[in-house]
Write a protein of this length. Structure first.
Length: 414
């Protein structure tokens, strides 16, 4: 339960108000170099404040509040808050069917229809460069050349593909080595019953592995899992674990050190510990699918697909979509875009900027693709403009005066 005093809620809201009314430059300079933990003074607050208002970042984006930039976490917090307060904006959007059915397969079909040839199981093993441009990519030992190259691979893969020549051609790629990643992997439990849990995502704040879950069936209007399973499966529970470093409750070891089977058993046990075995009895389980990117290594699991995290200062390492190599663009979630969080939206926004970079560099005459950033209510605009003036004069945000007074009072009477 929540047991933090009202003055702590007021303090948290005052910090959010400072963020909401700060100009862009202050956010990018000052708040990007401050952790969320520091920004909201979590160290000074009650355990409940830390758990509910600081540590929730771990469950949502696999980011420890001590590591996450105040700019990123705060901006996303504001988005979540605005989404909940504004009746015209959905607080959360989920797919209305299995991802392959309602998204990936139709998308691949559309691309093929447009003349795209998709080669699967064809990893790029090298990007060749003469120090000015990309000259070829190597796929399965074969060199392939093109007018333009769109790198849409994960950041850790891109970092490994950057050679000294490529870095000379596109210096911003050096930042890919400094972007951090964390483990955030999921398991789907196929159940013989539909267990709704919550009408959206459920966050298990007390679970050592920072679990979140969504019960899918309620959103799948036209997709009946029982039809695909001869009636055996009535419910699908997707669960994500975002902390693979904290020991669990069954094997007393972190997820990284578990086997695949142990990880699944641990996640199931942590769910049961929260909702009860009457809601999720063992016999409800028909089968499960653990993220195949988690592979068994000698001393635990290896993760083939970690998630980009926005640690303090990481904004400055993230390259823009258009690189200095005029035939190389980047379209992935680590690219520096307005959607400041590793998400499908960020990857999509990067893809749009990549397309526009190609258009502006080529002789193709076409209208640029539309792009958009995160929206914040315009009511804050005058205060942001005022703060911009103050920032340019080297002055602190007006809200920092009361923060300084609060700090002083704490130091006198902690
Ligand atoms: C468990 C989990 C839950 C998430 N939930 C959400 C959510 O609810 N909403 C949301 O918006 N985001 C969510 N995300 C984040 C989102 O999935 C990613 O940010 C997004 O998929 C990034 O897109 P991308 O195109 O940059 O990279 P990816 O989707 O990772 O695509 C990169 C592709 O490159 C391929 N590849 C890798 N190496 C090579 C190579 N050498 N050569 C060629 N191809 C290669 C990979 O196979 C992959 O297909 C979640 C992430 C995780 C891990």
């Amino acid at each position: 339960g929540r047991t933090f005093p009202n003055r702590e809620i007021a303090h948290f809201l005052s910090r959010l108000a400072v963020l909401a009314t700060s100009c862009r430059q202050r956010r990018e300079d000052d708040f990007e170099s401050t952790s969320w933990w520091e920004f909201i003074d979590a160290a000074e607050m009650s355990p409940a404040y830390r758990k509910h208002l600081a540590r929730s970042t771990q469950s949502l984006v696999a980011l420890r509040p001590e590591d996450g930039s105040a700019r990123t976490v705060g901006s996303i917090y504001l988005q979540l808050l605005f989404g909940q307060l504004d009746p015209d904006r959905p607080a959360e959007r989920v797919l209305d069917g299995p991802t392959s059915d309602v998204w990936l397969d139709p998308w691949a079909a559309y691309l093929r229809d447009q003349g795209v040839t998709i080669h699967t199981d064809a990893p790029v093993t090298a990007i060749e460069s003469d120090g000015e441009r990309v000259t070829a990519v190597v796929v399965d030992g074969e060199r392939a050349t093109a007018d333009y190259y769109v790198a849409a691979v994960p950041v850790e893969v891109m970092a490994d593909l950057v050679t000294p020549e490529l870095e000379r051609a596109a210096p911003s790629l050096s930042g890919t080595r400094r972007v951090d990643t964390a483990w955030m992997n999921g398991v789907q439990f196929y159940l013989d019953r539909d267990v709704e849990l919550a009408t959206g995502h459920a966050v298990f704040l007390d679970s050592p592995w920072a679990l979140t879950a969504i019960s899918q069936r309620q959103f799948w209007a036209d997709h009946d899992p029982s039809e695909r399973s001869n009636g055996g499966v009535e419910g699908v529970l997707s669960v994500i674990a975002s902390d693979w470093d904290t020991p669990g409750i069954v094997y007393d070891k972190p997820g990284r050190e578990c086997t695949r089977e142990e990880a699944v058993a641990e996640i199931w046990a942590q769910l049961q510990a929260h909702v009860g075995t009457d809601v999720l009895p063992d016999e409800a389980r028909v089968t499960h699918l653990l993220d195949p990117e988690l592979q068994q290594g000698e001393d635990g699991l290896r993760n083939g697909s970690p998630l980009v995290i926005n640690t303090v200062g990481s904004l400055h390492h993230r390259p823009e979509a258009g690189t200095a190599a005029d035939n190389l663009v980047l379209a992935a979630d680590y690219v520096r875009v307005e959607t400041d969080l590793a998400t499908m939206e960020a990857a999509n926004e990067a893809g749009r900027h990549a397309a526009n970079a190609v258009l502006s560099r080529s002789s193709v005459r076409a209208r640029p693709v539309q792009t958009w950033g995160l929206e914040e209510p315009s009511v804050f605009d005058p205060l942001k403009r005022q703060d911009e003036l103050r920032y340019n004069l080297g002055l602190p945000h007006p809200g920092e005066a009361s923060h300084d007074a609060w700090r002083l009072a704490r130091s006198i009477a902690p």
